[in-house]
Ligand binder design. Structure first.
Ligand SMILES: [Zn+2]
Length: 253
């Protein structure tokens, strides 16, 4: 999505959700407003794409499309809050290099290129968006994974807690370190989270995940969690502040 498409996606419902997030943020103990260090870029990684649809629901819904819908909304909301973002794909494509031929080569190349794009940034933060699936249909609920131990864990916990508070009161899942076989998350050195927004294999959750308003709600919670995490991460003695900190003042005052 282009930045100009922002208002198309950020509907009145989204604004209401942002207001809700403001309420959630306000309920937290007051802390000095700070902004992310200058130069920080939030990389938004919609998992899969193109021939690699990721998990596929019983009705044919591909994970890649749901990932993109949530990621585009997340991009719009973080941009609204003055954050610099890099959305790794804005359509249904694989990011492989032209010399990749087989599906396997395209998948490997796609992941290498995503890692390279992140590695080229001076101070990235990564949010990878995926959907879960399991052979048994009863499992449901969002779960947040993190990379690089203490760099990602507080952010993942904040996001997991907010998903529970705002969207899924019954969700008892806890944040977890990412598995060793998830290539992207194991080949980057920065703070990073991977959000499995829900299970395509659960019919009720699938219906929600396909609903644009729920996609917006997920994005709003993930974005709000990043803003909180940024504040906590930035509240160190030497954290620089820049003008984007002013944008957060109305929320914290
Ligand atoms: Zn996936």
């Amino acid at each position: 999505m282009t930045k100009s498409g922002f208002w198309k996606i950020l509907s009145l419902g989204a604004l209401a959700l942002l207001a809700l997030l403001g309420f959630v943020l306000l309920r937290r103990p007051a802390a000095a407003p700070t902004a992310a260090p200058a130069g920080t870029v939030v990389v938004i990684d919609p998992g899969h794409g193109g021939e690699d649809g990721g998990a596929v629901a019983a009705d044919g819904t591909a994970e890649s499309g749901v990932n993109l819908a949530v990621a585009q909304r997340l991009d719009a909301i973080l941009t609204f809050w003055g954050r610099e973002t890099l959305l790794l794909r804005d359509r249904d494509v694989s990011l492989h290099s032209p010399d990749a031929q087989t599906i396997r080569q395209k998948k490997v190349s796609d992941l290498h290129n995503r890692v390279a794009a992140i590695g080229a940034l001076a101070d990235p933060r990564v949010i990878s968006i995926h959907q879960n699936s399991f052979p048994q249909a009863q499992y449901h609920g969002a779960q947040v994974f993190y990379a690089n131990g203490p760099l990602g864990q507080p952010w993942a916990k904040r996001t997991q807690d907010n998903l529970r508070t705002c969207l899924e009161p019954e969700n008892r899942r806890a944040e977890k370190p990412i598995a060793h076989d998830v290539y992207l998350m194991n080949h980057i050195a920065c703070p990073a989270i991977l959000v499995e927004c829900g299970f395509l294999s659960n019919p009720e959750e699938l219906a929600r995940l396909k609903d644009p308003s729920y996609q917006t709600a997920l994005a709003a919670v993930i974005a709000g969690s990043y803003l909180q995490y940024t504040n906590e991460e930035g509240a160190t003695p030497h954290a620089p502040q820049d003008e984007t900190g002013l944008l957060l003042h109305p929320v914290w005052e």
